[in-house]
Design a binder for this molecule. Structure first.
Ligand code: F6R
Length: 366
């Protein structure tokens, strides 16, 4: 069942090129110019009439929603609010029929997300879901569904479900931008071309598996880890920290790199591993400056970057180079070394990787 892998989690990490290709399949027009989302069930007038979006989810799916905000605001030019499902209902949200609600759930059974969906519907909002499980409660109660085609996810820690949620969000954003005419054809086509080459790039990132396995031993007794990123990499820092907490039981926090100086920098000493997502985009120079601040205080720096740069190499204890693609898609590539890092540390610690203590695959209580 595990196809020769030691754990479902590792199998599922390695299934990502296939899962991404399956989630894209049939959703790009033959001339590679347009997105086709027949399952969405919302009329063009609904999609062009909305003036705000609410993205609602829990846990890893909430991290996908945070990336979604970057995509939708940048490419479809609509304001997006992101909510943790268990918080949404209790804050008297300003929601009405012009607010499209997008709920994100792998299982489609998460009680908090389902309750938020029902609340949004009661207040007259159209509801769309990104779901992995066909005919799940959330899928059934939504107006439309964009299914991720990750296949069954058995490991409690979400991996392929997360990256395929990001794919679904990119497809949805491009579709929305297409309907609302907020993006030039050439920009859409550039992203479509980048999407189509992602399975191959993810395959390339997965080649880091052994190198990551070989680096983890010195960090076996680390008590904390810090993950830093900016912009669309900040949610990936949160996701990397969550993966580590869940399966290795090492305390970890994700932080926007620019916030370090407002408090968390006090934590840095020679015992603290700090993983920095340093992607060659508009904030690269800022991230490098943040990295130097950590280095000056003795932190053990791990870098994940699409840029092989000797200045960074000089500061890093561990340096993982990944291929580059369109910046809007980089979160999909950077999440993979973080999954592998959490996995190999957990295996070394001897925890129950697929069934971590106190956790359930689908949380059906509020
Ligand atoms: C983390 C994880 C959880 C889930 C959360 C939401 O690895 O698996 O944080 O992401 O319980 O679950 P779904 O997506 O099924 O609603």
């Amino acid at each position: 069942e595990k196809s020769g892998y030691r754990h479902f989690m590792l199998k599922e990490i390695h299934e990502q090129p296939r899962a991404i290709a399956d989630t894209l399949a049939g959703r790009i027009s033959e001339n590679k110019a347009e997105i086709i989302l027949n399952d969405i069930q919302l009329s063009t007038s609904c999609l062009t009439g909305i003036d705000r979006l609410y993205l609602i989810a829990c846990g890893t799916s909430w991290h996908a929603a945070l990336v979604g905000k970057f995509l939708i605001e940048k490419l479809a030019r609509i304001p997006v609010e992101v909510d943790i499902a268990s918080e949404f209902r209790y804050r008297d949200p300003l929601i009405n029929s012009r607010c499209l609600t997008l709920v994100i759930s792998q299982s489609g059974e998460t009680a908090d997300t389902l309750a938020a969906l029902r609340q949004a519907r009661t207040q007259g909002a159209p509801v769309l879901a990104i779901c992995n499980v066909v005919e799940s409660s959330i899928a059934r109660e939504s107006d439309g569904v964009i299914y991720t085609h990750a296949g069954p996810e058995i490991g409690v820690a979400s991996t392929k479900a997360f990256t395929t949620q990001l794919i679904a969000l990119v497809l949805f954003t491009l579709f929305l931008a297409q309907q609302r005419k907020t993006l030039a054809d050439s920009q859409r086509q550039e992203l479509i071309a980048a999407l189509m080459s992602l399975p191959r790039l993810v395959e390339e990132v997965l080649q880091l598996d052994e190198a990551i396995e070989q680096t983890v031993r010195p960090y076996l007794h680390a008590r904390d880890f810090l993950y830093l990123g900016r912009g669309n990499q900040y949610p990936i820092a949160l996701e990397g920290a969550l993966k580590l907490k869940e399966i290795s039981y090492i305390h970890a926090e994700g932080y926007p790199a620019g916030e370090m100086k407002h408090g968390p920098i006090a934590l840095i000493d020679e015992d603290l591993p700090v993983l920095v997502l340093a992607i060659k985009n508009a904030t690269f120079a800022k991230v490098c400056a943040n990295l130097e601040e950590v280095h000056a205080r003795g932190g053990q720096i791990f870098i994940v970057s699409d840029c092989d740069c000797s200045d960074l190499r000089a500061l890093a204890r561990e340096y993982f180079i990944i291929p580059t693609t369109h910046d809007d898609l980089m979160p999909i590539l950077t999440s993979i070394p973080l999954q592998l890092l959490a996995y190999h540390l957990a295996v070394l610690k001897g925890t129950d990787v697929d069934q971590p203590r106190n956790l359930a695959k689908s949380v059906t209580v509020e």
